[in-house]
Design a protein around this ligand. Structure first.
Ligand SMILES: C[S@@+](CC[C@H](N)C(=O)[O-])C[C@H]1O[C@@H](n2cnc3c(N)ncnc32)[C@H](O)[C@@H]1O
Ligand SMILES: [Zn+2]
Length: 312
């Protein structure tokens, strides 16, 4: 257990008021079980520490996002260090931009690998993650006790306006207007996407005519501040890691069936890793940061936007 004090960024997904953390009973007030807002909407904290802030009507299936198999495969593959050069570069870039105590939100955080790596270098940061997959969020929360995690959609962030210093989006979908809404005035959006040659040889095994990845579009409402490429050969020497990479890879689900069977049995794989890391800032034309919905009640002095405190 640490004694670090966190600022909460969470907003009630029903009324958008600040969410307050579960509280022990005091002389004046009773104990509360979950996160709750002033309108008494409450959201239980799971035993792993995360909270479900995804409302039923925001789901397009009963169990959205990455499956348990994908999540556990990714955990095993990333823990073996195959993408560590990316994690190191990402940590260095974020460190350069973030002051002590800054709030980082990993949107589509998966099982929390990049936040974990960031924490090892920058224990002073306040780390938050959302993912639409309950299995991913559960694993992230179990692993990273110092962070605060919620099941939520990146298209409808349960996050207070102007509360975050950096939004991280690593191989995950997201909504640019939502990012602009939650970023503080000097905040940044960091996007990691596949470079042209990412896993190109692997694609060549799955498709008759493998295509290079096309460069990602510039997110609407943002200006590019910095771009870095991380590329290196990837040599995998065991079958379980080949299978883990395959089940993390979206084009595996579409590629040639015979090639997949062969790859499932492969004892080794040589391919390329190619990542693009881009740092963006909202441009001057970006819409003004306003709450999604004006609060119904005047916030009290202890929980104005973004000021609730959690002790761990
Ligand atoms: C390719 S994985 C990347 C995970 C993690 N960022 C990483 O690189 O290790 C994409 C992640 O986005 C999540 N995801 C998909 N749609 C989402 C949405 N609408 N909102 C939040 N997360 C979403 C998936 O559940 C999955 O964990
Ligand atoms: Zn509420």
């Amino acid at each position: 257990m640490t004694t670090k004090t966190h600022t909460s960024i969470w907003a009630c997904p029903v009324c958008q008021m600040p969410l307050l953390p579960p509280q022990e009973q005091t002389g004046q007030s009773p104990a509360t079980n979950g996160w709750h807002c002033e309108s008494n909407h409450s959201f239980d904290r799971a035993k792993e520490g995360y909270t479900n802030l995804l409302l039923a009507h925001q789901k397009n299936s009963s169990d959205p996002g990455d499956t348990k198999t994908m999540v556990t495969s990714r955990r095993a593959f990333l823990s073996a260090g195959h993408y560590q050069p990316l994690a190191e570069k990402l940590t260095a870039i974020l460190s350069q931009h973030l002051n002590a105590g800054a709030c980082v939100l990993d949107s589509g955080c998966g099982e929390g690998y990049y936040l974990q790596q960031l924490l090892e270098q920058r224990g002073d940061l306040q780390l938050f993650g959302i993912d639409i997959s309950r299995d991913a969020t559960k694993l992230a929360s179990r692993q990273l006790k110092e962070g605060s995690f919620a099941v939520a959609s990146s298209f409808n962030l349960p996050v207070l306006p102007a509360s975050v210093d950096a939004v991280l989006r690593v191989f995950a979908p997201g909504d640019n207007e939502e990012v602009i809404r939650v970023l503080r005035p000097e905040g940044i959006l960091v996007v990691v996407s596949p470079g042209p040659r990412h896993l190109f040889s692997l694609k060549g095994l799955l498709y008759k005519e493998a295509q290079e990845h096309t460069p990602p579009d510039q997110p609407k409402g943002f200006d590019l501040l910095d771009e870095q490429q991380v590329s290196y050969p990837l040599e995998i020497q065991d079958n379980s890691a080949v299978k883990q990479l395959l089940s993390m890879t979206p084009f595996y689900w579409k590629g040639d069936r015979a090639a997949k069977t062969k790859l499932d049995e492969a004892e080794s794989l040589s391919t390329e890793v190619d990542f693009l890391i881009r740092v963006y800032v909202p441009n001057k034309q970006a819409p003004k940061q306003v709450p999604k919905q004006a609060p119904q009640q005047t916030p009290t002095n202890h929980n104005v936007w973004g000021q609730a405190k959690i002790k761990q």
